[in-house]
Design a protein around this ligand. Structure first.
Ligand SMILES: *Cc1c(COP(=O)(O)O)cnc(C)c1O
Length: 388
């Protein structure tokens, strides 16, 4: 098996055009020479060294670049998106302990949200989600809300937060697009209103941009479309251009200051063995170079326009209840939630494309470097498989 550009080559020699970008991470396509060169060079100098008591140049450089890009102040590196979320939750909980408000120990989160597969991340994901449902009673109980559809719902949430806000450490959300929970969109206005509500009730606002970060919705961060700065931001997936696992949790100076103390019990006690892995940091730095040097955001805007035009044909197919596009995310939602995912996948593979439906949605989230012709092959495959 091998990969190159937008293609996955199977062991039997067949080639598939990738519509999933390896769970949305492989934004520059596979085997980008700049990424490969950076990782290879780092491999020869130092693949890894512990990040306790020692720091290294690739991590320091990446940390300052991420702060510049996000407008936040302090970065904590971990080894996956789920751990980046765990770190965000733990930071929020300990922040309130350190500032003398330990009663703030729960989180507000949203239906259809997905924040990872570890226990803490599961607790703030949609409790009815198929992958987490069986553990509903075993994880911490959080407050799960519908994303407000309008002003009435926002006011209802405001009222509810007046009642329970003093128990809440933070609010966590996937900005603009809830991905794994069904590719559900909400508006930038709603996102901004939610941040305002969180702050009104004293909650830290945690943006999980593990899926939406790095251009996927048409701006480098989805939060930028709502013109908001979260208190804590989680990044992962495309952070390394999809080459190696890396998570980052980025916080404002206000949060950092609550931990900065000589007393050990106020420090943030978290240290994954492979935190800030040097190969992963080298890949992430190379990925950021590519965002600077190549027209990624323009490519996303072009993908958005093409998806809009070409997926529109799905609207009239029986069983399709919605077609929506945001940045390089194209979604066709079906009425049935009993889709035979395996047979769909097989039909797509037979057409030479890699598309993997999620629940009742068929979606495209290709690498940003995909050309018009390959993208047309993806959209045509969606249209014809759905027509069958
Ligand atoms: C994928 C994802 C995660 C989990 O990241 P992993 O690297 O798979 O642990 C968390 N939050 C969101 C929004 C994601 O899409």
């Amino acid at each position: 098996m091998g990969t190159d550009g937008c293609r996955i080559r199977l062991a039997d020699g067949r080639e598939l055009i990738d519509g999933v970008a390896s769970w949305w991470s492989c934004c520059h396509g596979y085997n980008h020479p700049h990424l490969i060169a950076a990782v290879r060079q780092q491999l020869e100098v130092m693949p890894h060294v512990m990040f306790g008591g020692l720091v290294h140049e690739p991590a320091l450089r990446l940390g300052s670049r991420l702060c510049n890009l996000t407008g936040l102040d302090r970065v904590f590196f971990s080894d996956s998106g789920s751990v980046a979320v765990e770190v965000a939750l733990k930071l929020a909980l300990q922040y309130w302990r350190n500032v003398g408000q330990p009663a703030r120990s729960r989180f507000a989160c949203f239906s259809n949200g997905y924040h990872g597969d570890t226990i803490g991340a599961m607790s703030v994901s949609d409790p009815e989600q198929s992958m987490h449902r069986a553990f509903r009673d075993a994880v911490a109980q959080q407050y799960v809300f519908e994303i407000p559809a309008g002003n009435t719902e926002l006011q209802a949430l405001d009222t509810r937060l007046s009642e329970i806000g003093s128990q809440l450490a933070g609010m966590i959300i996937e900005p603009l697009v809830q991905c794994a929970g069904g590719m559900k969109f909400h508006s930038a206005e709603t996102l901004r209103a939610l941040q305002q509500l969180a702050h009104k009730h004293g909650l830290l606002f945690i943006a999980d941009e593990i899926a939406t970060g790095f251009g996927r919705t048409g701006t480098l961060l989805a939060c930028q479309q709502a013109d908001i700065l979260p208190d804590i931001l989680c990044l992962g997936k495309a952070l390394t251009g999809g080459a190696i696992a890396l998570g980052a949790t980025i916080a404002s100076g206000r949060i950092f200051d609550a931990f900065l103390d000589d007393r050990e019990d106020r420090a943030f006690m978290h240290g994954p063995t492979f935190m800030a892995n040097a190969l992963a940091c080298a890949a992430a730095n190379a990925s950021l170079d590519l965002f600077e040097e190549e027209p990624r955001i323009e490519q996303v805007i072009a993908i958005e326009a093409q998806l809009q035009t070409e997926l529109a044909a799905c609207q009239s197919i029986p069983g399709v209840i919605d077609v929506r596009v945001k940045g390089a995310i194209g979604v066709v939602e079906l009425s049935s939630d009993k889709m035979d995912t395996d047979s769909f996948r097989q039909k797509f593979v037979n057409r030479g494309v890699w598309i993997r439906p999620l629940g009742n949605v068929v979606y495209l989230m290709p690498p940003f470097i995909i050309d018009q012709c390959d993208l047309r092959k993806l959209t045509e495959s969606v249209v014809s498989v759905l027509k069958e």
